[in-house]
Design a protein. Structure first.
Length: 297
């Protein structure tokens, strides 16, 4: 029992040492910025859902077409139809928030299942899960997305379903590697010898204690990828369509006026995309350095 507890402490309980005690100063800065971005995205989504906005994002004001920032209370100005840019930026978060969560949930769920089958039981299950993962990886994601858009109407939830499924092999590979590492340390053998059921070993001692950091990191990086895909498709006209605001179609519609010196309609959503994606990436990278002990202290 004592030996098993030592293994459990060594590999299982990441909360024994608070992360801020093992984090370097640069990691703490990145995490702080990333958490700020996450908070702003969540608060903006709630504001958009409740309608607590400075202006109606669909209200057209012909007297304030392409008004510069700070014009009559419009903090970021207005677009080519006189609509408030800040309000549309806030509403635009709805284009990727719930669809992004769907993609992340699918990737984590499918990837975890395949990873456990391949790493814990191995044998034929390993071969089958590896075959499915390789099959998913063999199809270019962009081609699959365009095929879905061509076969059906442009639907962001359908697109994010494809993104989630195609991201599953990456999660599966990480979970499989983690379980194989634990097997080398006789961790699973010790737990089995103590009479623990497979479900308890997998859910509690493998996934919760040893793989939760991997899943958190992948969820964080996955949201950044979701934002990039959604905004790119909307920019190209395959994603969210006007008049529904999306950061991607806001950049596209504002780009027509950029060379006229009216840069704010496209610059504001472009900066929102850049800063948000960077925040999620920095958060995921720093968590990876800390939770996976990849930063030399």
């Amino acid at each position: 029992m004592k030996r098993y507890r030592q293994h459990s402490i060594e590999f299982g309980n990441l909360s024994d040492v608070p992360f801020w005690k093992t984090a370097g100063p640069i990691d703490l800065v990145y995490i702080s910025y990333g958490l700020l971005v996450v908070l702003l995205v969540f608060v903006s989504y709630v504001l958009g859902m409740t309608g607590f906005l400075p202006f109606d994002p669909q209200e057209i004001n012909l007297e304030l077409l392409m008004a510069p920032p700070n014009t009559e209370g419009h903090l970021l100005g207005t677009d080519f139809m006189g609509r408030d840019i800040l309000a549309r930026l806030i509403i635009g978060i709805q284009a990727y928030f719930l669809p992004g969560l769907l993609a992340i949930a699918l990737a984590l769920a499918l990837g975890t299942c395949f990873g456990v089958l391949a790493g814990y039981w191995g044998g034929g299950l390993d071969t089958a899960s590896t075959y499915v993962s390789n099959l998913l990886n063999s199809f270019p994601r962009l081609v699959l997305i365009l095929l879905m858009v061509a076969a059906f109407k442009p639907d962001i939830y359908l697109v994010m379903t494809v993104v989630g499924i195609t991201n599953a092999p990456t999660v599966a590979s990480l979970i499989k590697s983690k379980i194989q590492f634990l097997k080398q340390k006789n961790f699973i053998e010790a737990a089995t010898a103590l009479g623990l059921k497979n479900a308890v070993i997998i859910i509690k001692h493998i996934l919760w204690h040893n793989c939760r950091s991997v899943l958190i990191i992948q969820a964080t990086l996955g949201m950044a990828e979701v934002i990039l895909i959604e905004t790119s498709l909307s920019y190209l006209g395959f994603g969210v369509q006007e008049p529904t605001p999306s950061w991607g179609n806001m950049v596209q519609s504002g780009a027509n006026y950029f060379m006229q010196g009216k840069f704010w309609p496209s610059t504001a959503p472009a900066m929102a995309i850049l800063l948000t994606i960077m925040g999620f990436h920095l958060l995921g990278d720093s968590l990876n350095n800390i939770l996976e002990r990849k930063r030399d202290q």
